[in-house]
Write a protein that binds this ligand. Structure first.
Ligand code: 5GP
Length: 214
């Protein structure tokens, strides 16, 4: 099963997907997409993205290797077609984290997947998270904020909205969506987790995990 997650930079979607794959290592994987942007500190080629040169990306593009691609903030981003199909063939849930243009293109191939949009609780929080991340220049933060504000207008094209104020809550929202789509089944150990307090409510005042920097 495929699930598509989009959200503006600063929505915390990467953190949510990391948490989901960590919580369900046997059944949830993230599809690795390709980009020509430079790796941020801590990002690893092949794990976070396939970091490609423009030349290589354009060659793959001309050979029809991408299911979809987009130019975002001056860089190419694209979903390698064969890798995604191979991933889906392995079973479980494959999460594709792409921007709103990409999601629109993918929906033509996968109309029945859940399309989930993640937003931070307020516009001010979005800017704060981007600034706190500290991996982009002030100019880049400004550009990403204006892209984000435009992206929010694509919300109606999605099936589900997840407000990422508290990571644990947002993860649970996504789990509920995946469960409703019939794929995230009970696999054993849930009763023990419950007894060990793993499903305890988190402090709602402040969640330092709400947006982790790489
Ligand atoms: P970032 O540079 O912050 O990692 O990603 C910028 C945007 O590109 C994000 O919205 C991210 O989800 C999106 N993105 C990542 N991979 C792909 C892809 O393969 N295709 C498309 N269309 N967008 C992507």
């Amino acid at each position: 099963m495929l699930a598509v997650i989009s959200g503006p930079a600063g929505s915390g979607k990467t953190t949510l997907v990391e948490e989901l794959t960590r919580a369900h290592p046997e059944s949830v994987r993230r599809a690795v997409t390709a980009t020509t942007r430079l790796p941020r500190p801590g990002e690893i080629d092949g794990r976070d993205y396939h970091f490609l040169s423009r030349g290589k990306f354009e060659q793959m593009l001309s050979e029809g290797d991408f299911l979809e691609y987009n130019v975002f903030n001056g860089n190419y981003y694209g979903t390698p077609r064969q890798a995604l199909l191979d991933d889906l063939a392995r079973g479980g849930i494959v999460i594709l984290v792409i921007d709103v243009n990409g999601a629109g293109a993918v929906r033509r191939f996968f109309p029945d997947a859940p399309y989930i949009f993640v937003i931070p609780p307020t516009p001010g929080e979005l800017r704060r998270r981007l600034e706190r991340r500290g991996t982009e220049t002030a100019e880049d933060v400004g550009k990403r904020v204006s892209i984000a504000e435009r992206e929010i207008d694509s919300l109606p094209k999605y099936d589900f909205l997840v407000v990422n104020a508290i990571v644990a809550d947002a993860v649970r929202d996504i789990e509920a969506i995946l469960r409703a789509f019939g794929s995230l089944r009970i696999t054993g150990g849930e009763a023990e987790k419950w007894r060990a307090g793993k499903y305890a409510k988190k402090d709602r005042q402040a969640d330092p995990q709400a947006f982790r920097t790489s």
